[in-house]
Design a protein around this ligand. Structure first.
Ligand code: UDP
Length: 365
């Protein structure tokens, strides 16, 4: 490592860390904190009030500061249309986070933005300290596309993203740093002998396409465990009404320890997104447990899964395709799944990638 960096991570404003409202980016923020701290950097996080980082992770992080910022949560971009203007709610936690960041900026070498929102992009010009923008979803609105393009032109090299398929949804001609994702493998136990169940993980919200997983579970008469934040109750009610006899069980939103304890005993994870999933952290969490993934060939999962070796990629929106792949799950060697997680998605590699990106941004400033 070249030198110890002082870094401020400004977390997603749509939910406190540990709430699940922020989706996969919550895990990415916490994993990055761990990876960078392990590399000797000094890292603080400014996150919405009520944030918590689970005690297992906390115990091996020293000198970490979790700054709790009060205020009203930001609405999620994926539930709004392309024409939606930038939103600023009263006493917005997003504004409060960036007021805080502005006030303390000179204590840091670099600030990292995790909000999928116009405000931090716009504010970049008014900071003395460089800001790295980690964009956690694909293109969803014209406002964001323009703000991202403007930051790209004024502050080249400061845009980061998970995957190529994600950045392909944005206007062409932009340069991105592709950073992929990672997990703390020590938190996920490998399981060689699964039960008959399938599992589906994620926010229960229309863009995640849960109804297709339920339909496939019904067709194959395979029990399906569902874990995740109930973000859209009307959507969930509708699924229950449509499939009253599906062999499914909703287990609520659980922490990483409980999540892996359930996932690892399942024969496969189903991923059925309707949108271009920027990454899909749940895919690598399943692989780390030795659980193969059946996913639509769309967005991040299509870049992660090694078709025929660590899971099956299915024609998007085809329940028939899901059914056929579920019937082939037993042909996957679960050890290859764990191996893929170990070789491609380790925390040290993530820390190294982000550190290189940050060093380049600081040097270019
Ligand atoms: N998750 C969790 N508890 C649950 C279900 C899911 O902590 O009961 C987490 C999971 O670990 C993952 C996130 O929710 O980090 C979902 O992220 P993903 O990248 O798959 O999708 P996103 O929500 O960002 O679209």
């Amino acid at each position: 490592m070249a030198r110890c960096l002082k870094l401020l991570l400004v977390s997603t404003p749509v939910g406190p860390l540990g709430s699940g409202l922020g989706g996969g980016v919550e895990l990415t923020v916490v994993n990055l904190l761990t990876a960078l701290t392990q590399r000797g950097h000094q890292v603080a996080i400014a996150a919405p009030e009520s944030s918590h980082i689970n005690s297992h992770i906390n115990s091996h992080i020293n000198g970490t500061q979790l700054i709790q910022i009060p205020g009203t949560l930001q609405p999620t971009a994926q539930t709004q249309g392309r024409d939606t203007p930038a939103t600023m709610v009263d006493n917005a936690v997003l504004a409060n986070q960036w007021n805080y960041a502005h006030r303390v900026q000179h204590s840091y070498d670099l600030i990292v933005n995790f909000a999928y929102d116009w405000l931090p992009l716009y504010l970049t010009s008014f900071f003395d300290v460089p800001i790295a923008h980690f964009i956690s979803m694909g293109s969803l609105s014209w406002v964001m596309d323009r703000a991202i393009s403007q930051v790209h032109d004024k502050f080249p090299g400061t845009l980061g993203a998970y995957t190529q398929t994600q950045v392909d949804t944005f206007p062409p001609g932009l340069t991105w740093q592709l950073l992929s994702s990672a997990i703390d493998l020590s938190q996920y136990d490998y399981c060689q002998t699964p039960g008959p169940e399938l599992v589906w993980l994620g926010r229960i919200s229309p863009e995640k396409g849960l109804e297709d997983a339920v339909a496939a579970a019904q067709r194959t008469q395979t029990p399906l465990k569902i874990l995740g934040k109930l973000e859209n109750p009307a959507y969930w009610d509708n699924i229950q009404r449509t499939y009253p006899n599906a062999p499914m069980e909703y287990l609520g939103f659980v922490n990483t320890q409980q999540l892996q304890a359930t996932v690892r005993r399942c024969q496969g994870l189903l991923m059925t997104p309707r949108w271009v999933e920027a990454f899909g952290n749940v895919a690598i969490e399943a692989l780390a447990c030795g659980v193969p993934v059946v996913a639509y060939r769309r967005g991040g999962p299509a870049e992660i899964i090694d078709h025929g070796k660590t899971g099956w990629l299915v024609e998007p929106d085809s329940v028939d395709g899901l059914v056929a792949s579920i019937q082939q799950l037993a042909t996957i060697n679960r050890y290859h799944c764990r191996q893929q997680a170990e070789t491609e998605y380790s925390l040290p590699a993530l820390g190294q990638r982000f550190e290189n990106w940050f060093e380049t941004i600081i040097e270019n400033r």
